[in-house]
Unconditional design. Structure first.
Length: 265
């Protein structure tokens, strides 16, 4: 009870904020418990009450006070074209703010596809040169990809780090193995239909009504490492395949450019 809460600085670059939208819906643990009892969220330019110069002063104060002891959580990425002018926060290019905060961080987390891989803003021809954060920082980066990541995966990663004092085991791409160690296809409830060669052939055919496999409708479950088929979304309510749409691989590197979401095989 007397252990000080771990300071977290959460910053936003080029992104859509749905990673935050996902996070605040975590049911287990509840996002409010993470924010009010587990971490000390000392800076988050989306959630904090202060704004403008006051908010930036909070960030500088936290960096100075907790040097080497805070977690930097990054949502979004820095665009490098035109000296970073495509994303200005606190009056500076985001790349400057990111490097400044990362310099003294104990751990750096990349939330979502934007920070981990670049996401839609980095899709060809990537006019702003949006760049994933591991390419601009010297720190090791814990990647928690997805567009957005599952809420309980986000809070699960933080809970693990607070409980054990170190990040969870990562795979070669920097993703926690505990959540990204399997493909959605491995635990998909439609997998028996895949194995039996029973496929949906058009969106409204009898196979679609019977819940057959969506592989021929472009499902990327066989090449997508994520926990959607096990943890699922919205408190274990559903996930894309359960709603009748194939996985389009939103946690995989370059999924926008790989495309073919609706290609028939
Ligand atoms: Fe939004 Fe996706 Fe980027 Fe998260 S990864 S901020 S959900 S675009
Ligand atoms: Fe695999 Fe997708 Fe078919 Fe599920 S619906 S078994 S994830 S191909
Ligand atoms: Fe994304 Fe596929 Fe899960 S599209 S949300 S990784 S089912």
């Amino acid at each position: 009870e007397n252990t000080p809460r771990t300071p977290v600085l959460w910053m936003h670059g080029l992104e859509c904020t749905c990673c935050s939208e996902s996070f605040i819906r975590s049911g287990n643990p509840l996002a409010k418990d993470v924010i009010l009892s587990m971490i000390s969220l000392d800076y988050d330019d989306t959630l904090m009450a202060s704004a403008g110069f006051q908010a930036e002063a909070c960030m500088e104060e936290a960096i100075a006070k907790y040097k080497g002891n805070y977690i930097l959580a990054v949502e979004g990425n820095p665009p490098l074209n035109e000296d970073g002018m495509f994303c200005i926060t606190g009056g500076k290019p985001f790349i400057e703010k990111l490097r400044h905060a990362a310099k003294h961080a104990k751990h750096v987390i990349a939330w979502g596809a934007c920070a981990s891989w670049g996401c839609v803003q980095a899709a060809r021809p990537n006019p702003t040169r949006a760049t994933p954060i591991h390419k601009v920082l010297d720190n090791p980066v814990i990647k928690v990809p997805g567009c957005p990541p599952i809420a309980e995966v986000m809070t699960g990663v933080i809970t693990y780090m607070l409980t054990f004092g170190h990040p969870p085991e990562l795979d070669r791409q920097g993703r926690p193995k505990m959540f990204y160690g399997q493909r959605n296809h491995d635990k998909c409830y439609r997998r028996a239909h895949f194995d039996a060669g029973e496929f949906v052939e058009s969106w409204d055919d009898q196979g679609a009504r019977e819940g057959y496999c969506l592989y021929k409708m472009g499902c990327k479950g066989p090449t997508t490492y994520n926990a959607c088929s096990t943890i699922r979304w919205n408190g274990d309510t559903s996930w894309p395949v359960h709603s009748g749409h194939g996985c389009f691989g939103c946690s995989e590197n370059g999924f926008w450019d790989k495309g073919s979401f609706y290609d028939r095989l």
